[in-house]
Design a protein around this ligand. Structure first.
Ligand code: PMP
Length: 358
């Protein structure tokens, strides 16, 4: 059976060389006589895989020495709780509400301290990123939380807030898709199932001096200090997920790293938005300045036509184009592993559908 172009927002398409390598190693990894899934996480054969995975991520993102890197479980959502539990020393934090996940993160933060939603685009169905220059940050906030790319609404921050408190960033749907200056952040976390590997895994990059201030009530598994000290192995980590993340990092390095993939991502997004801006049928929904390069959201304006489009596209091997259930319409998620040919094929199909339905 032929593989499709999978535009799913996550779990999403992985790079084919990653899957092929995993398939080759599935039963016997190298000369170990066993699958990675069967290795003790404390064995040398596995810690070698783990150490290389961390080193490759450090290399790809140019992560400075004074930042820790750990691979955690519970997806990005777990960090909605871990962030306040680890960082709310003054019991106060600012959140920018730029989408559904940003909103959920803020709501979770409220369980542990005072959360100030300092800016929000919720009233306008999150079609833009709030004006960062107009924000009054809380003087003694422990951190400012942002969701740098909003997966459901297809928007991205084009700059970072100018604030005194450390920026804590949910980078789930944009990590490794564009260069990030890690030194501008206090912490970056990302669920793996878009640009890294399988779901359930979460990467955390945190400035070392922010580690070690967890609340007494913080569960051990969510305590960043414990996870850092134990090298992500306080308990048995998601060994297979980390291994696949490592394969993705190797693949990304082999195609030129983040800078190279960012150039391709810009090209892929531009192809779609250029078409949408000139279309007689389709319309992009996010405000142009804040358009995501990873999640391109669009509508026809007619729910029946939207449904017909999604169905017809799937029949052509262009799958998972339905928008999130809360907003409807369409969404093409074009993460790193989506080749340019997939986007070309999608645009060609949209043109055809337009000529038959406009
Ligand atoms: N944040 C963002 C920006 C997301 O897109 C998602 C999931 N798609 C999450 C958080 C939640 O991630 P998880 O399901 O891994 O907890």
């Amino acid at each position: 059976m032929e593989r499709v172009y999978n535009f799913s927002p996550g779990p999403s398409q992985l790079a084919l060389p990653v899957l092929e390598k995993a398939q080759k190693d599935l039963v016997c990894y190298g000369d170990t006589g066993m699958s990675v899934m069967e290795m003790s996480h404390r064995s040398k054969m596995y810690t070698d895989i783990y150490d290389k995975t961390v080193a490759d991520l450090r290399d790809l993102m140019n992560i400075p020495e004074d930042y820790d890197v750990v691979f955690l479980q519970g997806g990005a959502t777990q960090q909605f709780s871990a962030v306040p539990l680890n960082l709310m020393v003054n019991k106060k934090a600012d959140y920018i509400d730029s989408g559904n996940f940003a909103h959920l993160a803020a709501e979770e933060g409220k369980r542990y301290g005072e959360v100030n939603v300092v800016a929000s685009s919720r009233e306008d169905v999150y079609t833009y990123i709030p004006d960062l220059d107009a924000i009054k940050f809380t003087e003694d906030a422990d951190y400012v939380h942002i969701t740098q790319n909003n997966t459901i609404y297809g928007t991205r921050f084009v700059e970072l807030p100018k604030c005194k408190a450390p920026i804590v960033c949910d980078a789930s749907s944009m990590i490794l898709s564009e260069e990030m200056d890690v030194t501008k952040y206090g912490a970056i976390y990302a669920g793996a199932q878009k640009n890294i590997g399988p779901s359930g895994l979460c990467v955390l990059i945190v400035k070392h001096d922010l580690v070690g201030h967890a609340m007494d009530i913080c569960p051990k598994l969510l305590n960043w200090q414990i996870q850092v000290e134990k090298g992500s192995m306080y308990n048995t980590p998601n060994t297979w997920g980390i291994y696949l993340a490592g394969l993705t990092f190797e693949w990304l390095k082999s195609i030129g790293g983040v800078k190279a993939v960012e150039a391709v991502n810009i090209q892929k997004a531009a192809m779609l938005y250029d078409f949408l801006d000139n279309s007689k049928l389709f319309k992009a929904t996010a405000q142009p300045k804040y358009r995501s390069r990873m999640n391109v959201t669009f509508v026809t304006g007619d729910a029946d036509k939207d449904a017909a489009f999604v169905k017809a596209a799937a029949a052509e091997g262009l799958v998972n184009l339905k928008g999130h259930r809360s907003v409807g319409g369409m969404r093409a998620s074009i993460y790193n592993a989506m080749p340019i040919e997939g986007v070309e094929k999608l645009v060609a199909f949209m043109k055809k559908f337009e000529s038959e339905n406009a």
